[in-house]
Write a protein that binds this ligand. Sequence first.
Ligand SMILES: *Cc1c(COP(=O)(O)O)cnc(C)c1O
Length: 428
Amino acid sequence: MDINEMLEFDRKHIWHPYTSMTNPLPVYPVKEARGCKLVLYDGRELIDGMASWWAVIHGYNNPILNEAIVDQLNKMAHVMFGGITHEPAVLLAKKLIEITPSGLDKVFFCCSGSVSVEVAIKMAFQYWISKGKKEKSKLLTVLKGYHGDTFGAMAVCDPINGMHEVFTHVLPKHFFAPEPKISFYDEWNKEDISKLKHILEEHNNEIAAVILEPICQGAGGMRFYHPQYLKELRSLCDEYNILLIFDEIATGFGRTGELFASFHAGITPDIMCVGKALTGGYMSFGATLCTEEVAITISEGPTGVFMHGPTFMGNPLACAVSLKSIELLLSMDWKKKIKRMESIFLSERDMFLKLKGVKDVRALGSIFVVETERSVNVPKAQRFFVKKGVWIRPFLNLIYIMPPYVIDDVEIKRLLDAIFEVLKKDEY
Ligand SMILES: *Cc1c(COP(=O)(O)O)cnc(C)c1O
């Protein structure tokens, strides 16, 4: 297809994430992608700093993942999960149970991260219905969170800075505690969780579950908080008889330096969501894991079943590629690789902090974040980045990267140099 014709049609007819149809942001046509490089139609190659939103951990066009899909494709691309099971689903569930925090041993497969959050929320409500406590019909979360774009998930996204402020009037009202403020690297102080504790004391009869992103708040502000917060939260939930849901959709599969962010705190939630890097970024997929206690209570309640079952539940292609992606991750020295990325990021921190207009610079695992004082002009910054041969997509006042794990030191340096220059030359 002629490239101009393609872009013209796209501009007129296709929605892109968070864009206007009458005044769309520019898009860059990608022809193919290999390793950690995106190839544009004009032949330019861009080093990818985004891993397609936390997902593509093993790089694009990975021969091992490709093979897993092709092998499965030649057996069956899809089959319904109602009344049927298959090996890819069983092997993947087994692997997920093995690598996630101990105690999570029931698996619900679904079609995306947002849906896995919907499923988690529904599990929590159905758990309390089964216990005869229908009045526990609210959730408690923290500000600056992000859990997806569907309605149940939106209702626990940050109500002010979140992207869903416009829907507040139609969303169910939940409880919000202040966001955890003590950073991952600072000294713990109990004050950080006192407001949340207060809400639990006051409203535990109405609250079914606490839901939050462990350690790293992603799309709500790219913030890293103290593991002790989660330990205390676990005890509070036990004390007040409330379920704990971890949304590990962004943090899962090594991103923060532990296989799952829960491991920083050494605790197990009652329900946990995974997605994004689950398939190695190959396709949309998600899973919600829960404890035996949650599963048995729901199953022995008045309905006797869990009320959810998406059409493409347990899709064999997605299961096969997810299993292979996890095997590939475990077969490499991923911890060392992520540590290496983290140490490069931390060693550059001071240099960035000296730049004018920079408010904060932080890193955890394979995530590097520059917070600027003013919001970023995204099209302007992206034009500059593409000219420099890198793919970085800022939002609000955050310029950040979380590259595929296959990236090498030279490529990381090129990403950091591009960010440094965009700030220094005021190209944002
Ligand atoms: C991306 C994300 C989601 C939503 O996942 P989708 O696959 O986009 O539906 C939910 N929670 C967190 C923490 C995320 O980062």
